[in-house]
Design a protein around this ligand. Sequence first.
Ligand SMILES: Nc1ncnc2c1ncn2[C@@H]1O[C@H](COP(=O)(O)OP(=O)(O)OP(=O)(O)O)[C@@H](O)[C@H]1O
Ligand SMILES: [Mg+2]
Length: 412
Amino acid sequence: MGNFFSCIGGSETPDLVPEIHTPTSSVISSRNTFNKGYSDSSSSGFSGVSFGENFSCGDASPGGELLEKPNLRIFSFAEMKSATKNFKSETLLGEGGFGRVYKGWIDEKASSVSSKSGIKIAVAIKKLNSESVQGFEEWQSEVNFLGRLSHPNLVKLLGYCWEEQELLLVYEYLPKGSLENHLFRRNTNVEPLSWNRRMSIAVGVARGLAFLHSSDKQVIYRDFKASNILLDVNYDAKISDFGLAKLGPCGGNSHVTTRVMGTFGYAAPEYVATGHLYVNSDVYGFGVVLLEMLTGLRAVDMNRSKGQQNLVEWMKPSLANKRKLKEFMDPRLEGQYSLKAAYELAQLTLKCVRKDPKARPSMKEAVDVLQKAEAIKLNKGNRTPNNNHHHRSPYHSQHRGPRMSMEAYSLS
Ligand SMILES: Nc1ncnc2c1ncn2[C@@H]1O[C@H](COP(=O)(O)OP(=O)(O)OP(=O)(O)O)[C@@H](O)[C@H]1O
Ligand SMILES: [Mg+2]
């Protein structure tokens, strides 16, 4: 078997997924994303050389592994139908740009002998929407990246189904859903995420990103956002959705050039402006999510007044000032955190969202800062007093901003 990730211009393609040409070259993303018309530096998303051996990340991100081969089950479409009661609406978990996500039940083991034991496990099944033009590339990317990467803070891809027009992905089921749901959906009966949970989620996803970035052949995740962070039964965080992931720069280059894909409010400004994607473009997205966790406010909300719609631009001037920071903290966290810890995180956020990607910290450095902040214990002396939060609209009025065209996204 050749390198799983083929070389640029090489004849090798990942042997799991035969090469298929997508019907169009002018791909339009159907997710809440943008496409600025840059062409990819690779034809299939498998640019660069193999990952190489050195994929461990030391203390910043223990427990990671790069599998020699993807260890994935192949499911029939009939199995997918039976797992989800024929994609019954009551099994629907959510919907994104790729398609709908259903909860299903599959046999624990692949072999027919063990399936007779009747042990079933819960899974999340993502079914490609037939109108998604970008879908095949994203599906392929997910299978090839997530199928080989194993880390406690990455969602486990269990297998896939590819039958005629049907493309599906089967993941471990994460019962607490997405971070986005916990932070921003007001109509559920779920308790607000506590400070301690937010801290452990931040450390977890930072470790996941550090793992991706630390390999010989770095992986740039490219779509870091609250809806792509999923929570298991213990609220341990896992990064999902590798449809936009890219291998990092090679041959001494500092960046890769790609068609601009991502999500408004989370994507790094240099990438949106030029199509130049750096490993540290992910660090920007991480800073945005950290800010969402601190403030309880969305990265972009077109229902906020002008000047406040982009969270980073709105908050930047306040983050370096402890008094102002206190005003902007999520009121649901009151009394749970020390202002010292919040201030440390605000300073980390500011560094992560710096305009110059080279001036941003690495994810390994971010993990260190987060761990130190997590260790700051709350005591009487540093407890945060209650505040009046006059500056923000009531939470129930918050919802995801509408899709935006590139023109609507002004870079300052
Ligand atoms: N493994 C999983 N376990 C439990 N729920 C999941 C799982 N994967 C996805 N979901 C649910 O399905 C929803 C849709 O996920 P999906 O990744 O398709 O879309 P999205 O992240 O909202 O948008 P985008 O297409 O931009 O990534 C998630 O928000 C989550 O609630
Ligand atoms: Mg997603």
